[in-house]
Design a protein. Structure first.
Length: 477
């Protein structure tokens, strides 16, 4: 499902840089521009221009306790006799001598960076204009002491042009979503400028008004699908020329390992996006979109669905009949058959992230009741059997014959709580947990409700899923 309303809220609340921070950034930029113009640092200042994510409007909210940054170019005339490093060093020295920026200025390869107490950073980069010929732009590499050709204004116009073709500012929004996904997952590397170029390359002039760009979610599916197709026919690190400066290979920072990993992850996430987009069940679709973007996506609806299981049951939405106090009473009276299938599709449940192997094995769960986590078992437990809180249950996974799995495999457990008591305690869970003893895991019985445990068999050598048990229902009175 497209879930437009949830994508809008998700972007506003978790992805986009909020208006307060943007206002602070804009105020800081004005102050920096005024300071640089007033400095007696050598070159004559021609103008300023935003650069990077700020200029392309793909800047995103930073992860917790991380600063956000913006790039500001200062276009200057060449100074006779100056080396490239002189422009950066003189600018950094001049800014650092101002009381307002004292101890806030750092020097990097191409810029002087002003750091605002961990909240934001502004990279101020000198760009020398017309040094050798009219229309020439060069940034200054302080470390290598070299001038480097640049085309910042033309590149920004290229990004804006691609966004215009896609329509609805959806190219910018998709780029923000992918940057957010990169940052929260932390398992692939792609610099923002390279990601911006790769996404822009997937938009063609013939796409103007195309149904493949009808809305944000469709655009996301289209662009990630095209990017995956582009990557899959390029098994080795490709050249990615700057579309407005062909001699610059934007992929030069990638080695084969980083590129192969990026290529694999895009292929994986393309499958997840297609799966979530094509899913007809709303709860299941929310859960699948959460697999892509994390638990902040549609978090409110996911929590409500989990905590209102009994209301839905007594209203007849999940199970037939409305004369039971809650779902626990229904299951106590009618057994496991009263557990609604919809329970297994609740959106807060984490969807598996392992790729499935071609071969799949039967996985069965056995359970034993204990008085403590490490106490001896005093009897076995059946799925959907009503149990009293305070006890412990140890779950053990085995094959169809009851034989434990070999050391070549590991068992991951998905433990899911439902209903109001667990919700009030902030313990709806639904995540994956490792075994704590061989192929078994112990859990304490704590919250009234119908909960369930599942075992996932993972092959260690390639981290592929080779089996999944049926849910073992845990009914706590």
């Amino acid at each position: 499902m497209k879930l437009h309303e949830h994508f809008k809220v998700f972007l506003d609340d978790h992805v986009n840089l909020n208006s307060t921070r943007l206002s602070l950034l804009e105020d800081s930029i004005v102050a920096v521009e005024n300071a640089v113009r007033a400095l007696d640092w050598g070159p004559r200042v021609i103008s300023f221009a935003p650069q990077g994510s700020w200029a392309h409007e793909t800047i995103i909210k930073p992860q917790s306790e991380q600063p956000f940054d913006a790039d500001l170019l200062v276009f200057v005339e060449a100074v006779d006799g100056w080396a490239p490093k002189d422009y950066v060093n003189s600018l950094a020295t001049g800014l650092g001598n101002l009381p307002v920026y004292k101890e806030k200025v750092r020097r990097y390869s191409h810029c002087a960076t002003i750091e605002y107490a961990g909240e934001r950073k502004i990279d101020v980069a000198p760009c020398v204009v017309n040094r050798l010929y009219a229309g020439q732009y060069e940034v200054c590499n302080r470390i290598a002491d070299q001038f480097e050709a640049s085309s910042p204004l033309a590149y920004t116009e290229w990004v804006k042009g691609k966004n215009s073709v896609a329509g609805g500012n959806d190219l910018k929004k998709v780029t923000r979503l992918l940057k957010y996904m990169r940052d929260i997952k932390g398992n692939f590397t792609c610099p923002s400028f390279l990601l911006t170029t790769l996404m822009g390359l997937q938009v063609y002039e013939s796409d103007r008004g195309s149904a493949q760009f009808a809305d944000l979610t469709t655009t996301l599916k289209t662009l990630v699908g095209r990017l995956d197709d582009w990557l899959q026919v390029r098994p080795t690190v490709p050249e990615v020329p700057n579309p407005k400066l062909p001699q610059e290979d934007q992929a030069s920072g990638w080695d084969q390992t980083k590129y192969s990993n990026f290529r694999d992850k895009v292929n994986l996430y393309r499958g997840w996006i297609d799966d979530a987009f094509n899913e007809a069940d709303r709860d299941e679709s929310i859960g699948k979109w959460q697999r892509v973007f994390g638990e902040n996506f549609a978090a409110g609806e996911a929590k409500r669905a989990a905590e209102q299981v009994s209301e839905a049951a007594t209203a007849g939405a999940l199970v037939l009949g409305g004369h039971f106090q809650d779902l626990v009473e229904k299951v106590k009276a009618l057994g496991a058959a009263a557990v609604p299938a919809k329970l297994l599709r609740l959106p807060h449940i984490r969807r598996p992230t392992w790729r499935k192997a071609n071969e799949q094995y039967k996985v069965k769960i056995a359970a034993e009741l204990r008085t403590g986590k490490y106490e001896r078992a005093f009897r076995s437990v059946r799925s959907a059997e009503p149990l009293q809180p305070g006890y412990w249950v140890r779950f053990t996974a085995a094959n169809a014959m009851g034989v434990p799995f070999a050391e070549d495999y590991k068992v991951q457990w998905r433990v899911t709580n439902t209903d109001k008591v667990a919700a009030r305690a902030g313990a709806l869970r639904g995540e994956f947990y490792p075994s704590d003893d061989g192929s078994s895991r112990a859990e304490q019985l704590s919250y009234r409700g119908v909960h369930f445990v599942e075992a996932f068999l993972i092959r260690k050598r390639d981290n592929r899923q080779v089996g999944q048990s049926e849910p073992f229902y845990v009914v706590i009175e």
